[in-house]
Design a protein around this ligand. Structure first.
Ligand SMILES: [Zn+2]
Length: 298
């Protein structure tokens, strides 16, 4: 039995294994001129399950069309389900989770849900390269984080290109006003091994150290969040810390392409790979391009 992983850009993947097609996030459309597959969510006609890491548009938007085109069931936070319900998705097509659930996707494949953390998106206006050490911003309280996030949204909706601004408008129905909805990570157990899916650079240390996947799909963008505080260090160090906790055999990056110019940057993954090899030189890092159909478990 094999497991084939396809990357759709940003943090969206599909995993085909044991007769199932499992989407990991559902964001497939891009602003005009951005890097990507050239597909839209309307082009997806094969899916049995959709697992959503958090409710931001660049993870959830598109699930409504994949659900309309298939018989898939969505698993996501209460907020992700609320956003989809508002767009007309029947509740019986969705399962609300908050962490702690284990769900059979078939007799052979199960998924466990864990609580997680969103990257500290409030802490920066621009994305930094992964070897830039970021310090400070500790103990910033909720109200100040909200104020800083408003500044970021003003920048995104006023200062970026027309294509990016139009994309933000298109992607927002029912979204955004309640934030990320609480980030989740998923551990898939398949006949050929286990796969962890994370779609934003944050975690609870005490949660991560209990999970030992064969393959870890790890977000590689933004300022890492450890137990609610921004990492005092670089993104590369953040990703490597996760490898230290999870002890995977194989790592696949997500969220590292230039999916929304003006906000995202094409992350140079080389410093991250180097940092990982210092933690564990035996870890294999795979960097598939879009829709490369990579075998991740043999
Ligand atoms: Zn997000």
């Amino acid at each position: 039995m094999t497991a084939r992983l396809d990357w759709y850009g940003c943090a969206t993947f599909s995993l085909r294994t044991a007769g199932l097609t499992i989407f990991l996030d559902a964001y497939i459309d891009r602003p005009d001129g951005a890097e990507g597959t050239g597909l839209t969510a309307s082009d997806i006609t094969e899916a049995d399950w959709i697992l959503i890491g958090h409710s931001h548009f660049d993870h959830l938007w598109g699930a409504e069309r994949i659900l309309a085109n298939t018989n898939a069931t969505l698993i996501g936070s209460y907020e992700s389900v609320r956003v989809m319900e508002r767009q007309g998705v029947p509740l019986e097509r969705m399962i609300c989770v908050a962490g702690g659930e284990k769900i059979d996707l078939s007799p052979e494949v199960a998924v466990s849900v864990y609580p997680s953390q969103h990257s500290c998106v409030w802490s920066h206006a621009e994305m930094q390269e992964p070897d830039v050490v970021c310090l400070g911003d500790l103990d910033v309280r909720w109200h100040e984080q909200q104020d800083r996030f408003v500044d970021l949204m003003n920048y995104l909706t006023k200062e970026t290109s027309d294509a990016t601004q139009a994309h933000i408008v298109d992607s927002q129905p029912g979204h955004s006003e309640r934030g990320d909805g609480g980030a989740l990570i998923y551990l898939l157990e398949t006949p050929s091994g286990s796969v962890l899916f994370q779609d934003t650079s944050g975690h609870w240390e005490g949660v991560m150290e209990t999970i030992q996947p064969d393959v870890a799909i790890l977000a590689a963008a933004g300022r890492g969040n450890i137990d609610g505080e921004p990492i005092q260090g670089s993104l590369a160090q953040f990703v490597a810390r996760q490898v230290e906790l999870l002890k995977p055999k194989t790592v696949v990056f997500g969220h590292h392409d230039n999916w929304m110019p003006g906000f995202s940057i094409p992350v140079n993954t080389e410093p991250i790979v180097r940092e990982i090899s210092q933690v564990d030189p035996t870890v294999e890092v795979l960097e598939p391009g879009y829709l490369a159909g990579t075998e991740i478990l043999q």
